[in-house]
Design a protein around this ligand. Structure first.
Ligand SMILES: Cc1cc2nc3c(=O)[nH]c(=O)nc-3n(C[C@H](O)[C@H](O)[C@H](O)COP(=O)(O)OP(=O)(O)OC[C@H]3O[C@@H](n4cnc5c(N)ncnc54)[C@H](O)[C@@H]3O)c2cc1C
Length: 721
């Protein structure tokens, strides 16, 4: 973002300002000046102040004005008491004028001091963390500061200091501060005038005082409400609201996000319409989780057969027709289908419409030529495979997770582009079923969001499964050479590599579905990732249009879509009464390769990136009885905890059924349960879940009370003597 040019500073000037600041602080504390800024001092001397003021109104006003400015400039505590005192001495009007100017001038001086001393170094060091404030200023400028000023929940002196670090102009800072703080100052000065009239403790119960303090308490809420209304009015300007709405809620898209949104709406008796243009159940049921897990299961069976000797068989053989494997996949889909069907949802009270929804206005959606009016809209339009524009791609043809399920025969040479979760799950499945899989990844490892040793385990298993893993390979173009489909890519040394294949799967991530249904006309902003920009309540720019699931991000999982759906549904239906911020504090996920990789919370990579201290406890699953009996003795559980405490920061599990085993940690983190409690919980023998207890045991072992144990040793020696 652009920032105002800053004049080069002489280091001595900085030293002088720092010395001045330090002297004021030293004087303030050495002479115990805080004593003069206490409520009891103010009360005890209230009459005297009033007398001074009656005798020398100009002198006292000027003195108060200067003291106020100095205390705000140096951010010394007590501005609130000074404001109350101002009200008590000068009365409402004069008090408000004096304090309004003094606080704005003081705030601007504090802002300038912060800018002068810290802005360059803070922006250099913490620029990333200031991004939110910087982009707030960039987007809404003065209005953003006005919001901060109006809501006293944001500490006054922190705003002065932090704003000094941003590119806002001094002039703007001054006038917005003066205007924004006026209402809050008036409430405090008014409370001060009532304090001035207090004769005894029983005076606290006087009606005007109670009203003043109630106002103080309610002020942040009222200010926030007014701001929200102002903001909302701004975005709806020129848009006609219907006199009456046909529905409480229209939901666009019947994937995990849309289904759960409409389910909740119907459960609380709202009139809700769910619109789907393709298949009920969205990606998860039709082209995502369900078919991929069904295929993984068949492929796993095949891999067990080829490991027959490990299980005590001399030899086994499978004969199969790939078509039948794919028929099984379809059978699985059709078994799950009724859960997401029109019949089920209609029975639940949801009106289900088939067709492409188009948002005409924040209050109207068109489907199949009909215009439906609605109080709220939830967009749950999902995502689709990202396909890059690459030379020759159309010539060779390609599959994505959308159409892979229509394959009729097992590809011989199967090229998978991409080393994320989808690419890995499908590469391994096809490899196990007998395709010669070549997997291309431009990074130096698969699953790059996980810790490196996790990728190593996956690499080893993939290579054992016969996958030709090409890491640090950058795809460049496709050609047909001698009738063969060929990928031309470069390896890490920059050498050109040609790879011949029969079928190509593009698994390079997913793009939110944001085009073609009216978002452009409403100018609804998108994030850098191309998802719909939403606030913590999942509202878009229009407070009555919400988004959830893959189209909103930041996660793209079925369970996160369903999690967000609750917020989108409840927040939209009860807007104005109660709103809940979407809680992303404990989000688990799994990649269903073999070994499975599951995670919740932080891993080491992220903890380091975020400068969070941690301890690691690890249990290797090759030591676990159940894993040994199942011939699946591999992988580990790695738990990150707060140093010296049993509080869990994050867990990664690699191994058989990692996605199930991790559930105990998800629960623990969600409800603040530490490793000590997991250790004291009975786990069934022999299960994979026992590993959770063992890793807690490892942690305990590392934190045993050495001193007490030394004493116990002596105690037992004494008992033997
Ligand atoms: C191969 C694969 C494997 C996966 N495996 C897992 C997994 O194991 N676990 C997991 O948690 N996640 C997995 N996912 C991700 C998961 O499928 C998605 O996160 C989830 O489906 C998102 O749900 P959603 O409701 O946001 O979107 P979707 O399920 O995509 O639903 C959006 C729906 O909106 C409809 N739509 C869009 N625009 C309109 C319009 N204008 N009018 C009407 N309808 C419209 C679409 O037709 C679609 O049906 C996988 C994905 C893939 C591709």
């Amino acid at each position: 973002m652009s920032s105002a040019p800053i004049a080069k500073k002489n280091p001595y000037q900085k030293l002088i300002v720092v010395a001045l600041l330090a002297s004021v602080i030293i004087i303030f504390f050495s002479f115990d000046l805080s004593h003069y800024l206490s409520f009891s001092y103010l009360k005890d001397n209230q009459l005297q102040f009033n007398d001074y003021y009656q005798a020398n109104p100009l002198f006292v006003s000027l003195g108060f004005f200067i003291i106020y400015i100095v205390s705000v400039t140096f951010s010394v505590p007590g501005a609130t008491l000074l404001t109350l005192l101002g009200g008590a001495i000068f009365g409402f009007v004069w008090g408000l004028i004096l304090i309004s100017f003094a606080s704005s001038i003081g705030a601007t001086l504090a802002f300038l001091v912060s800018r002068f001393l810290l802005r360059d170094s803070i922006q250099n060091r913490f620029g990333k963390h200031l991004d939110r404030i910087n982009s707030g200023i960039e987007k809404e400028g003065a209005f953003y500061l006005f919001t901060l000023r109006l809501v006293p929940a944001f500490p006054f002196f922190i705003i002065n200091l932090v704003m000094g670090l941003t590119p806002i102009k001094t002039r703007t800072f001054y006038w917005v501060s003066q205007l924004g703080m006026l209402a809050g100052t008036a409430v405090f000065v008014n409370a001060g005038t009532q304090l001035g009239q207090l004769e005894s403790a029983s005076g606290i119960l006087s009606l005007p005082l109670i009203i003043s303090f109630t106002l103080l308490g309610l002020f942040p809420l009222i200010a926030k409400k007014i701001l929200n209304i102002l903001k909302a009015n701004q975005v709806y300007k020129g848009i006609k609201k219907p006199d009456k709405y046909d529905r409480n809620l229209i939901v666009i898209g019947a994937g995990a996000g849309g289904l759960v949104t409409s389910y909740i709406a119907a459960a609380v008796k709202a009139k809700v319409t769910l619109i789907e243009k393709n298949k009920m159940g969205g990606d998860c049921l039709n082209t995502g989780c369900v078919p991929s897990k069904a295929l993984i299961r068949s492929a796993k069976f095949k891999s067990h057969v080829s490991r027959a000797r490990e299980f005590g068989f001399q030899a086994t053989e499978t004969q199969f027709d790939f078509k039948e494997i794919m028929q099984r996949v379809k059978r699985v889909i059709s078994k799950v289908e009724p859960h997401d069907s029109i019949e089920r949802y209609t029975e639940l009270g949801v009106e289900c419409l088939y067709g492409e929804a188009k948002i005409l206005s924040p209050f109207a959606v068109e489907v199949s030529g009909r215009t439906l009016t609605t109080k709220n809209i939830v967009i749950a339009s999902g995502a689709r495979p990202f396909v890059p524009s690459m030379e020759g791609l159309e010539k060779v043809g390609y599959l994505t997770s959308d159409n892979l399920w229509d394959l009729k025969s097992l590809p011989k040479r199967f090229l998978v582009l991409g080393g994320g979760a989808i690419g890995c799950e499908l590469a391994q499945s096809f490899g196990r079923l007998g395709s010669q899989v070549i997997q291309i990844e431009r990074n130096d490892r698969l699953m790059k969001r996980e810790d490196p040793e996790i990728s190593d385990l996956v690499h080893t298993r993939f290579r054992q499964d016969g996958i030709d893993l090409r890491l640090q390979h950058q795809a460049q173009r496709f050609e047909i050479i001698d009738g063969n489909k060929t990928l031309i890519c470069s390896d890490k040394e920059g050498n050109t590599v040609s790879i011949v294949f029969d079928e190509l799967l593009i698994a390079l991530g997913r793009k939110a579905n944001v085009k073609g249904f009216g978002l452009e006309n409403l100018d609804i902003p998108l994030s850098k990732q191309g998802t719909i920009e939403v606030n913590e309540y999942l509202q878009t720019k229009y407070p009555n249009i919400y988004a959830c699931g893959d189209v909103a991000g930041p996660y793209q999982f079925t369970h996160t879509a369903a999690h967000q759906a609750w917020y989108a549904s409840v927040n939209s239906l009860f807007r104005g009464f109660k709103a809940f911020k979407a809680d992303y504090s404990v989000i688990p996920w799994a990649t269903f390769t073999d070994p499975e990789v599951a995670r919740v919370g932080l891993n080491e990579l992220e903890a380091k990136e975020q400068n969070i201290s941690y301890e690691v406890s690890q249990f290797d699953i090759d030591d676990l009885d159940r894993a040994i009996t199942d011939e699946e003795a591999h992988g580990f559980i790695k738990v990150l905890t707060v140093p010296g405490k049993d509080k869990i920061l994050g867990v990664t599990i690699v191994g058989e059924h990692a996605g199930d085993v991790i559930a105990e940690y998800v629960m623990a983190m969600r409800h603040n349960i530490g490793l000590n409690k997991i250790l004291s919980t009975i786990h069934i023998y022999p299960t994979l879940a026992e590993a959770n207890k063992y890793v807690a045991g490892q942690w305990k072992q590392a934190h045993k009370p050495e001193k007490i144990l030394q004493w116990l040793e002596k105690f037992h020696q004494w008992r033997r003597s």
